[in-house]
Design a protein around this ligand. Structure first.
Ligand code: GLU
Length: 284
């Protein structure tokens, strides 16, 4: 029997965005994702989340792969490894996102929005702590059941998902346990597509996790409320949601979540100071 035959159905993923250098927080979350995939004898997928054309840089893709390899992360599918669910760069997966957009449109789940707000700029990347979209006041929300004009392309306006106001979205997180979010209070009608024809994070991540048959999403705790939104998308799209495991966030000495701007704690800076991956992990 080959090692492939031994694999279980567990499929996890590492989903970094190449918008800066990876730091200790990414390394710890990714390590947990790898440990969980290994413990299940499963498959780990690397997906390059280069959705945001303005912020993703090829040099950060190269650095990300190098830093992850250095740290001891290994994946069985990915942009550099190939695999049956490619392409593994989000920038090459627009047809997958368009299909999801069409399904949402046909089901009456989304509506065009002409508001130009800062949250629309932010919608391309995962809303990490303090970056979440404000609850949308509903300016462009049509009355329920109103027909949207025939459209064939999302380009030209923003598109928002109409959340079921007042519904409690609950799920059990593998790490944090029982979670509850109220649609319309904890988050509002969120952007799924931008007027410059770029899909938003929430839509892309659901379309990809479903298409890549991910069975468990492991990521940082600041995306717990994104999970509630994503569960609504899974339901609207008729996809089976994966399990979720959110990792506690690493903070700096002031208690602030690590971000890509904490260059001193980037994996490259730690490596340049002579630290070994095992020494870093020994501190966790
Ligand atoms: N690319 C996203 C990030 O780096 C990943 C979010 C997720 O894991 O869903 O923040």
């Amino acid at each position: 029997m080959s090692p492939e035959d031994n694999k279980t159905n567990y499929r996890g993923r590492l989903a970094p965005s190449p918008t800066g250098y990876l730091h200790l927080g990414h390394a710890r979350t990714f390590w947990t994702a790898q440990e969980r995939a290994e413990a299940q004898g499963g498959t780990l997928v690397l997906r390059n989340e280069d959705l945001d054309p303005g912020r993703s840089k090829p040099e950060f893709v190269a650095a990300m792969l190098e830093d992850m390899h250095w740290f001891g992360l290994r994946w069985q599918e990915g942009p550099d490894a190939g695999g049956p669910f490619g392409p593994y760069n989000q920038g090459e997966r627009k047809s997958v996102y368009l299909e999801a957009w069409r399904k949402l449109l046909a089901g009456g789940f989304i509506y065009p929005c002409k508001c130009s707000r800062k949250d629309i700029q932010q919608a391309l990347h995962a809303p990490h702590q303090g970056e979440d979209e404000p609850v949308y006041p509903g300016t462009c929300r049509p009355t329920a059941g109103a027909k949207t004009d025939e459209v064939v392309t999302p380009a030209g306006v923003h598109w928002r998902f109409r959340v079921p106001v007042g519904e409690i979205i609950s799920f059990t997180d593998g790490c944090f346990g029982s979670q509850k979010f109220v649609a319309g209070e904890d988050f509002g009608d969120f952007v799924v597509w931008r007027n410059d024809d770029v899909p938003a994070y929430q839509l892309a991540v659901v379309a990809d996790d479903a298409a890549m048959q991910i069975t468990e999403v492991v990521r940082g705790a600041d995306l717990l409320s994104s999970t509630a939104r994503q569960l609504l998308l899974y339901r609207a799209l008729g996809f089976q949601p994966p399990a979720f495991y959110h990792c506690p966030l690493l903070t700096d000495e002031k208690g602030v979540r690590l971000a890509k701007r904490n260059d001193a704690l980037s994996l490259r800076a730690l490596r340049a100071r002579g630290l070994k991956p095992e020494q870093i992990r020994a501190n966790w």
